[in-house]
Design a protein around this ligand. Structure first.
Ligand code: F6P
Length: 348
């Protein structure tokens, strides 16, 4: 009888998920495995919500954003009786191995299921935030950077026409990867990210220096997770709501509006705020992300075939390798000093 392999997508969606599903399904189906799609991330394994995956069902999905399987932020470890149900369901449905495509939350669960519950888990690193360790890049990140950069370019022309400061809020819950890359690529004049501190006063000073140097407009790129700090030592993480999800994450958002008001109040310059939000997660993946996601999917299939469990497909240099899941979810990958130094070179 063919061995059954489940595949699921968990956490926030991102462009490239379908490319992973396609590559893994194609390789494993051809190798004689039976593929099962799990709907809605870990929720589908708790509720026995599956869809068949075969060569036909993956046709045409490579360029499609989102995930044909659906996703959720369900945490079986925090759901009453969740893990027990999930373990029972996997056994009863004779699912031999699971490919979990996700970020630190989803892969943290996969790591525990593999270690504590002896389930065969393979991970694939997904998140626009690019904050997973063990891999140079997650797929979805390149697309998000591209979208954010295009939008900074657009904001530039309108900021310049109106002699305005525009503050653009970019996603990134704990790290500033998207903001720093898009900020450098889009020529932002000030960049604020969670990893390094630029106070509100310093931000205003940079804008004033630009204005006195005959630049009548400025673009400020700020990560949604950047804390607003002042020289007096005040610190503010701006949240949309204090409510936490099943993984303990608060809903971020709104920092650009507050910063824009502060810039206007302190400098007198006309200032606007733009929040890019989920636009950064939608739509078709870039060619780079399609290739990376395809390589990850093919590697995940190979790991299943070789019975290499408890590992995640990863990019190191230009090689696709396998790293322990616990390395991936152990320590968050923060923006390196060299990128920060480079970005600062262009602050006025
Ligand atoms: O983790 C990816 C991410 O897009 C973060 O950048 C952002 O903070 C969060 O997800 C938003 O989550 P949601 O889609 O649940 O609002």
């Amino acid at each position: 009888m063919a061995r059954k392999v489940a595949i699921l997508t968990g956490g926030g969606d991102c462009p490239g998920l379908n490319a992973v599903i396609r590559a893994a399904t194609l390789k494993l189906t051809r190798a004689g495995y039976e593929m099962v799609g799990v709907r809605g991330g870990w929720r589908g394994l708790i509720e026995n919500d599956y869809m068949p995956l075969d060569i036909q069902s993956i046709s045409g999905i490579l360029p499609r954003g989102g995930t044909i399987l659906g996703t959720s932020r369900t945490n079986p470890m925090k759901t009453e009786g969740g893990v027990e149900l999930l373990v029972d369901n996997l056994r009863q449905n004779e699912i031999w191995a699971t490919i979990a495509i996700g970020g630190d939350d989803t892969l943290g669960v996969a790591n525990q299921l593999n270690g504590k519950y002896a389930l065969n888990m393979v991970g694939v690193p997904k998140t626009i935030d690019n904050d997973l360790s063990g891999t140079d890049y997650t797929f979805g990140f390149d697309t998000a950077v591209q979208i954010a950069t295009e939008n900074i370019d657009r904001l530039h022309t309108t900021a310049e026409s109106h002699d305005r400061v525009i503050v653009v809020e970019i996603m990134g819950r704990h790290t500033g990867w998207i903001t720093i890359m898009a900020g450098i690529a889009g020529g932002a004049d000030v960049i604020l990210i969670p990893e390094y501190d630029v106070s509100v006063e310093e931000t205003c000073d940079i804008i004033r220096r630009r204005q006195s140097g005959n630049k009548s407009f400025s673009i400020v790129a700020v990560s949604e997770g950047a804390k607003l700090t002042t020289k007096e030592g005040e610190e503010q993480l701006v949240v949309q709501s204090d409510e936490v999800d099943a993984f303990g994450n608060v809903k971020l958002g709104g920092v650009a509006n507050i910063l824009a008001k502060e810039i206007k109040r302190r400098t007198g310059f006309e200032t606007r705020a733009t929040v890019l939000g989920h636009i950064q997660r939608g739509g078709t993946p870039t060619a780079h992300d399609r290739v990376l996601a395809t390589r990850y999917g093919a590697k995940a299939a190979e790991m299943v075939q070789n019975e290499e469990f408890g590992l995640m497909a990863a990019l190191q240099g230009d090689a696709i390798v396998a790293v322990p899941l616990e390395v991936a979810v152990g320590e968050r990958k923060m923006v390196r000093q060299e990128f920060w130094d480079l970005a600062q070179t262009f602050f006025a």
